[in-house]
Design a protein around this ligand. Structure first.
Ligand code: ADP
Ligand code: F6P
Length: 324
């Protein structure tokens, strides 16, 4: 039988996401409820290697559920991608009596979690990224807040775009994935939705559709362009030159990662964080908490990282049908 877990750590890693604080709070409170002490590891794996480790209790997470960002800070850490860095991290955990860690982040962070687990430190991952690009789960903490923030910004751009009878290209985040672009494209009633998974680079067809829609009397033309395609500025210049219609590009950028988390993000973060802490208490390791087909489940980390995910064909079909 595995030795009883006495102390766990919690860290946030990679790009931050609204709802990470709700997940941290849930991990801390669930662990303490189970008689397990919690240490907060600051700045992800970078803080682990620097031994930036603080004791946490239920009051350390008071008044955090509604706050954006992460109270533990986050970072990307090259040293931790090396075998020496991972061994150093495991040694620091042993030195601080940390039996297991909840890692809140994305795929890269979970690769690190898998390495720590192989070195004898129990790890459980919680999906926290605005990109929704983690294959094993239908939901990632932060996505809902990000799409609502982006949607509101796009509505505002649409107002001014209509007043000036312009074409607007609005670039949303998502790294290599097009989920934010798909959801905003549909929900903002865009005229074009460009996803890295689908875009064939046929700009001439877009230009033809802009000219056609102007002939039909449309006063604006909103193109939602995913970060994975990028080049919104040069695309705008080419479209303006080809159509004669004033065209502006807006890159929404990091505003999409900030702000108070929506109810959905707080809720998923709370349930997933609690489940992660409970898995550690049960002596489990190398697992990823996920939401799949309406249920909270968990997967082996390596199995989860081998899974693939794509834009749902049916949703994309409807999105294409609704534009224009
Ligand atoms: P995300 O977790 O959002 O995908 P990154 O890909 O930037 O973000 O990864 C976050 C951190 O996880 C990296 O800075 C690094 O410290 C760690 N990491 C990423 N890939 C690996 C890997 N293959 N092995 C060990 N650690 C990794
Ligand atoms: O993974 C979240 C994310 O915001 C991506 O959408 C984006 O590509 C990336 O992080 C931006 O990272 P940084 O904060 O380093 O600019």
């Amino acid at each position: 039988m595995a030795a009883k877990i006495k102390t766990i750590g919690v860290l946030t890693s990679g790009g931050d996401a609204p709802g990470m604080n709700a997940a941290i709070r849930s991990v801390v409170r669930t662990a303490i409820h189970n008689g397990v002490a919690v240490k907060g590891i600051m700045r992800g794996y970078a803080g682990l290697l620097e031994e930036e480790i603080v004791d946490m209790n239920t009051t350390s997470v008071s008044d955090t559920i509604s706050r954006g960002g992460t109270i533990l800070f986050t970072a990307r850490c090259r040293e931790f991608t090396t075998a020496e860095g991972q061994e150093k991290g495991a040694e620091i955990c042993r030195k601080h009596g940390i039996d297991g860690i909840v890692i809140i982040g994305g795929d890269g962070s979970f690769r690190g979690a898998g390495k720590l687990s192989a070195l004898g430190i129990n790890t459980i991952g919680v999906p926290g990224t605005i990109d929704l690009d983690i294959a094993c789960t239908d939901y990632t903490v932060g996505f809902d807040t990000a799409i609502n923030t982006a949607m509101q910004a796009i509505d505002k751009i649409r107002d001014t775009s209509t007043s000036h009878e312009r074409c607007s290209i609005i670039e949303v985040m998502g790294r290599r994935a097009g989920y934010i672009a798909l959801w905003c494209g549909v929900s903002n009633g865009a005229e074009e939705i460009l996803l890295p998974e689908k875009y064939d680079g046929d700009e001439q067809s877009i230009i033809n559709r802009i000219i056609e829609s102007r002939k039909r009397g449309k006063k604006h033309y909103i193109i939602i362009n995913a970060e994975g395609i990028g080049h919104s500025g040069s695309m705008a210049r080419r479209i303006e030159a080809a159509t004669g219609i004033e065209t502006r590009a807006t890159i929404l950028g990091h505003m999409q990662r900030g702000g108070s988390p929506t109810c959905k993000d707080r809720y998923y973060a709370s349930i997933m964080g609690a489940r992660a802490a409970e898995l550690l208490v049960e002596g489990k390791s190398n697992r990823l908490v996920a939401y799949k087909k309406g249920e909270f489940v968990d997967y082996d980390i390596q199995e989860a990282l081998r899974m693939t995910k794509n834009i749902p064909a049916e949703q994309y079909r409807v999105a294409k049908l609704l534009v224009r």
